[in-house]
Design a protein around this ligand. Structure first.
Ligand code: KIV
Length: 265
C-alpha cells in the first residue's frame, strides 16, 4: 500500500490555528486508524497510552521504541487523510540529541508517519531544536506529562502558570509545530494558546485550546475502571461488545450458530 498524497501535512495542520478547531484522536492499529481517519479527524496520534490501553501496563513507561514502531506501521498503512504523529516513548529522547535523532528518525523511516511527539517544554528545547533541524517535525506535550508520573507523584492537574507559559514559549521557540496541553486549568490553557503561534491541542485543558485530543478507547466507552474527568464517552461500545459476545456464546452453546446461512452445501 502506498502512502496517500492527500494526507494533511505538518504545515497544513499547524495552519489550522485561528482558522478552525482541530480534532485529534489516538489509534494503535489498522482498523481504528482507518475508522478515525474516515470519520474526519485532522490528526491521528499513535500515543504511548497504548502501553496501558493495548498492553495493559499501569502507566506509559514500559512501552518500547520497537513496540511503538510496530503499532505506528499499522496506523501508517491505514490513514489516508489525517496527519499522523507518533509518541517517542520513555526514555528514547532523554539520552542525548544524537540518540533522540536516531530514534525519532527510525519512526519516520519505518512507519510512514509524519511527526513525533515528546513530553516536555523548556527542559526539552535542545532536543526539539535538534530534531527539527534534522527535518523531524515535533509536537511538544506540556502540563501533565504521564512519562513523569513518578516525579509528579501521580496524574495531577498542573497549575504552575509561569512554568507552563515558559514551557510553551520554549517549545514553540525551539521549533515545535504544535503542542499537547494536558490537564491544565482552562484559564491557563487559554493564556498559553494566546501566547504562542502554534496550535495547542488540549486534553483536560478546556475549550479555548486550538484543538482537542482524546484516547479513542475512552471516547468509545471501551475503558474499564477509572475514567478521567476530562473524558466524554460518545458511545458505550464496551457494553455493545459484551452483549454481542454473550449472544454468540449462547448461540454456539445451544447449537443455534451456525445455521444453514453460514454453512456450505
Ligand atoms: O499517549 C497519548 O495517548 C497521549 C494523549 C493522551 C495526548 O499522549
Amino acid at each position: 500500500m502506498t502512502q496517500s498524497k492527500k494526507r494533511l501535512t505538518v504545515p497544513q495542520f499547524a495552519g489550522l490555528k485561528g482558522d478552525r478547531k482541530i480534532a485529534m484522536l489516538t489509534a494503535y492499529d489498522f482498523t481504528m486508524g482507518q475508522l478515525v481517519d474516515q470519520a474526519g479527524v485532522d490528526g491521528v496520534l499513535v500515543g504511548d497510552s497504548l502501553s496501558m490501553v493495548v498492553q495493559g501496563h499501569e502507566n506509559t513507561l514500559p512501552v518500547t521504541l520497537d513496540e511503538m514502531i510496530y503499532h505506528a506501521e499499522m496506523v501508517g498503512r491505514a490513514v489516508q487523510s489525517a496527519l499522523i504523529v507518533v509518541d517517542l516513548p520513555f526514555p528514547s529522547y532523554h539520552l542525548g540529541v544524537s540518540k533522540a535523532i536516531e530514534n525519532a528518525g527510525r519512526i519516520l523511516k519505518e512507519t510512514r508517519c509524519q511527526a513525533v511527539k515528546l513530553e516536555g517544554g523548556a527542559e526539552q528545547s535542545d532536543v526539539i531544536a535538534a530534531l527539527v533541524n534534522a527535518g523531524i517535525p515535533v509536537m511538544a506535550h506540556i502540563g501533565l506529562r504521564p512519562q513523569s508520573v513518578h516525579q509528579m507523584g501521580g496524574y495531577k492537574v498542573q497549575r504552575d502558570a509561569p512554568r507552563l507559559l515558559n514551557d510553551a514559549r520554549s517549545a514553540a521557540a525551539a521549533g515545535a509545530f504544535a503542542m499537547v496541553v494536558e490537564c491544565v486549568p482552562s484559564d491557563i490553557a487559554q493564556e498559553i494558546t494566546q501566547a504562542i503561534d502554534i496550535p495547542t491541542i488540549g486534553i483536560g485543558a478546556g475549550a479555548d485550546c486550538d484543538g482537542q485530543v482524546l484516547v479513542t478507547n475512552d471516547l468509545l466507552g471501551l475503558t474499564s475502571g477509572y475514567v478521567p474527568r476530562h473524558v466524554k464517552a460518545y458511545a458505550d461500545l464496551g457494553n455493545v461488545i459484551s452483549s454481542a459476545v454473550r449472544q454468540y456464546c449462547d448461540e454456539v452453546q445451544r447449537g443455534v450458530f451456525p445455521d444453514e446461512h453460514q454453512s456450505f452445501a
